[in-house]
Design a protein around this ligand. Structure first.
Ligand SMILES: [Ca+2]
Length: 61
């Protein structure tokens, strides 16, 4: 399990990328989500659902 964890971290780093200006990066640092998907209840774009973070989305909409 330890080796899997290391592999996962290396994969995160090697696939790190910038997002288009119309997108923001999910908290996992890999996926990008369209800004219009922020706090819309749809978790399609971020596996970690960071675009639906309750603390961030509270007070929006
Ligand atoms: Ca969303």
């Amino acid at each position: 399990m330890v080796s899997l964890h290391i592999y996962f971290n290396l994969t995160l780093q090697s696939t790190a990328q910038t997002c288009p200006s119309t997108h923001a990066k999910c908290r996992d640092g890999i996926q990008c989500f369209p800004l219009q998907s922020l706090c819309d209840g749809d978790t399609t774009y971020c596996r970690d659902q960071s675009d639906e973070d309750p603390d961030f989305c509270r007070g929006k909409g």
